[in-house]
Ligand binder design. Structure first.
Ligand SMILES: [Cu+2]
Length: 266
């Protein structure tokens, strides 16, 4: 016969084991289509596993208590009056505090790896005033020069996104980008606050009137993905969507050359 505490250790390790198995084998997220995606998903997996441990553990505890402490035949009157348990209170304060602190540090590390701590002084001179203050955004590399060719300007308005390609002097309703190249988009709003969100890239950035924001990302998978406004911006907010088309460099160049202003064509 096993002792009570060996049963407990057995059940706790079982719950942790099952949670890890589910965390690593069940994928709830869309395709990973940018270099940010695998980094972000690492954090999601850890949070998912912590959530599973709590959910499964608490569900088991509730079911166990329902059966073990149910009202038996002939039982009348109240239960025992229990009050205060310092040891238990210390445990359930210290353990969650440590977990929350570790998750916080880990999130910071993920944000840093996604480029959140990089300076946002990229060369956007192709779009006008170079000394303009950029307010916020995620930046992935320090290699400013490689960005010039793929600088794109995003205008958000109720209820659409427009993509301006300053190098070709044209505006598109679809965002076309080459695969495996770092893309830099500078975003401005014509009216209210919007947000530029590509779930497959795991990136999202607010678009704020009067305060341009920048977002840098590197797509890794050819395909068509949705761009969704993620900030409630008015009655048709739910319909404020566009598409990003990630294509091979040659396909991108063909599309770009077909669309660029005639005067710029060789
Ligand atoms: Cu919007």
């Amino acid at each position: 016969m096993l002792s009570k505490s060996s049963y407990l250790i057995f059940i706790i390790s079982g719950v942790i084991g099952i949670s890890f198995w589910i965390g690593f084998n069940v994928n709830l997220l869309p395709t990973e289509a940018s270099i940010n995606a695998p980094i972000y998903d690492e954090l999601f997996k850890i949070l998912f596993i912590i959530g599973l441990i709590l959910f499964i553990g608490m569900s088991l505890l509730v079911v166990y208590s329902l059966i073990k402490f149910r009202k038996r035949k002939g039982q009348i009157g109240d239960g025992i009056a229990l009050e205060g348990n310092l040891k238990l209170e210390i445990i359930w304060t210290v353990i969650p505090s440590i977990i929350v602190l570790l998750v916080g540090l880990y999130s910071y590390n993920i944000y840093d790896r996604m480029g959140g701590m990089n300076e946002l002084n990229h060369d956007h001179s192709a779009m006008g005033n170079n000394s303009e203050k950029i307010w916020a955004g995620i930046s992935q590399s320090n290699n400013n020069l490689s960005l010039i060719d793929t600088n794109i300007e995003v205008s958000a308005m109720q209820f659409a996104f427009l993509f301006n390609y300053p190098k070709g002097d044209f505006i598109s309703g679809e965002l076309h980008v080459p695969v495996n190249k770092e893309i830099s988009v500078k975003m401005e709003s014509k009216d209210v606050i919007h947000a530029f969100w590509i779930p497959e890239f795991r990136i999202k950035q607010d678009i704020i009137p009067g305060q341009p924001t920048v977002l840098n990302f590197t797509p890794t998978k050819v395909g068509k993905y949705p761009i969704i406004c993620a900030e409630l911006c008015g009655p048709y907010h739910g319909g404020m969507r566009a598409s990003i088309i990630v294509e091979e460099q040659s396909d991108y160049e063909n599309w770009f050359n077909q669309n660029k202003k005639d005067e710029l064509k060789a």
